[in-house]
Design a protein around this ligand. Structure first.
Ligand SMILES: Nc1ncnc2c1ncn2[C@@H]1O[C@H](COP(=O)(O)OP(=O)(O)OP(=O)(O)O)[C@@H](O)[C@H]1O
Ligand SMILES: [Mg+2]
Length: 255
């Protein structure tokens, strides 16, 4: 377990939708500067978990404490201030198809940065360079490959220079070469920006390339966590099945 105080503490996080429990008491700490990967099967509640960190969902029970402030009970102005410290890359990609790459990345800058046009152009260029895409400002999302669209989404997520980056399934639908490229970009951004990163995935090819620490969600709780070596050696049969891509003994495949 890393030393020092956590930047985010998740305590007893519980959430149900229409009577169906999704999160049943998640306890997890995230430390400044680390890259935490949260693994879990399809429908395990990974996206629901991530949305609680940024206040997009409110828990039924439990707390999310960011830098000592409990965002589940904070005043809206305080919660909004904290949210600005996060950058999120959504599972769906969520680029604006009718806008150029430039305008997609400029969008949060125009709303929140106070930069003039020259400053915006400079920051867009810097963000594209951090995701290893240069000179594509005038292209439109439909003209880009899936991997490039993801990276433009990252560039938008870092435009306001957040301290904490959240990635929801950054490699879904990408081939192994693009997956490796995305892992390199995430590591490059972390190195350059000194951010804390939380990545949700079920892609083992990504997970072990970027993780300082891993945690596994199953049945609404964290069943295992540790650094890559400890996690690989975790005795839990579900963790082992997940790592090897096998169906755990005694379990039906759930979709
Ligand atoms: N806004 C919502 N309203 C109702 N049910 C929801 C809502 N959001 C998520 N759920 C349900 O919560 C469960 C967990 O969803 P979630 O999207 O977090 O899964 P996931 O682990 O991210 O899966 P995937 O790997 O497919 O992305 C699912 O059964 C889903 O249908
Ligand atoms: Mg999801």
């Amino acid at each position: 377990m890393p030393q020092g105080s956590p930047i985010i503490s998740i305590i007893g996080l519980t959430k149900a939708f229409g009577g169906k429990a999704v999160l049943r008491g998640i306890d997890l700490e995230i430390f400044p500067g680390e890259s935490l990967v949260v693994l879990g099967g399809s429908g395990a509640g990974k996206s629901v978990f991530l949305k609680h960190l940024i206040g997009l969902l409110h828990p039924d029970e439990g707390h999310v404490v960011v830098d000592g402030v409990d965002i589940t009970v904070a005043e809206p102005t305080v919660a909004i201030g904290l949210r600005k410290r996060f950058g999120m890359s959504f599972q769906e990609g969520a680029l604006f198809d009718s806008m150029s790459v430039f305008e997609n990345i400029a969008f949060p800058l125009r709303r929140h940065s106070g930069l003039d046009e020259r400053g915006i152009a400079g920051q867009v260029r810097r963000c594209l360079s951090l995701v290893r895409l240069e000179g594509i400002e005038d292209r439109f999302p439909a003209e880009l490959s899936g991997g490039m669209r993801r990276r433009v989404g990252f560039a938008r997520a870092i435009a306001l220079e957040p301290e904490i980056l959240l990635f929801d399934e950054p490699t879904t639908g990408l081939d192994p070469i693009n997956t490796a490229a995305i892992a390199n970009v995430i590591n490059h951004m972390r190195h350059e920006m000194k951010v804390t990163a939380v990545t949700i995935t079920h892609d083992m090819g990504l997970a072990f390339r970027i993780a300082d620490r891993l945690a596994m969600i199953k049945d609404g709780v964290i069943i295992a966590q540790g650094d890559p070596e400890a996690f690989r050696n975790d005795p839990d049969p579900y963790v082992q099945a997940f790592l090897k891509g096998e169906v755990p003994a005694g379990e039906e495949v759930v979709t």
